[in-house]
Design a protein around this ligand. Sequence first.
Ligand SMILES: NC(=O)CC[C@H](N)C(=O)O
Length: 256
Amino acid sequence: MAAPKALILRSPGTNCDVESAHAFELAGATTESLHIRRLLEQPDRVDDFQILCLPGGFSYGDDISAGRVLGNEVRLHLADACRRFKDAGKLVLGICNGFQVLMKTGLLDIDDDQGPQATLTLNDSGHYEARWVRAAAVPGQCVFLQGLSDLDLPIAHAEGKFVARDQDAFDALQAAGRLVIRYTEPCGASPATYPANPNGSVGDVAGICDTTGRVFGLMPHPERFVDRTQHPRWTRGGVEEGAGLKIFENAVGYFR
Ligand SMILES: NC(=O)CC[C@H](N)C(=O)O
């Protein structure tokens, strides 16, 4: 099959679109960066792509809450196009602000009959956290995490604390294998306390997938670790080859 095409969706305040496109291209995809205005004018344009990427940044200045405005635009105006995209067996990746957006779109199957089972809120520290963390992937059926276990990734966010509505909602997501990546201590131990868990996420959750494993959102930035020289310890050796790249390679490989 020809290289899959990834749509990188931009909005006012997006700032990780170029790096995300670069990561997909390194992995073998072709990319097109499209502003949300263009997609709202022509929602069918999404049909030209196999992968939809919601990159990181500060969409609409994090107004109301991070990802809320763009999430509402997608949920209210692009619902049919997104549903069609998902039903066609395609892939959706939300990174950091993109994950916050995804949580508000319905694409992550986070709502049950009582409303959202989980959300992302302000870091416990009360401020923006930007540094490297250790994470453990538990891929299950998540397409993007196949073959990954422990990895270092950078984080950069203020609203990354994952909270479930209640213990039952957390247990349901856990039992369904949806809590597919979590923060660990640098040595790999769990549970993680601050600063290893940078935001206070319940269950150390760093990312989740939908019920199909084809829609995935995470707070860390895999597009910022696609080459080993991006790792702060790379000159000292022992650094894994840009572990974040594997996430993009898995997405591209899914269509091969
Ligand atoms: N790097 C990002 O995508 C940041 C996400 C969001 N603006 C936050 O601060 O939480």
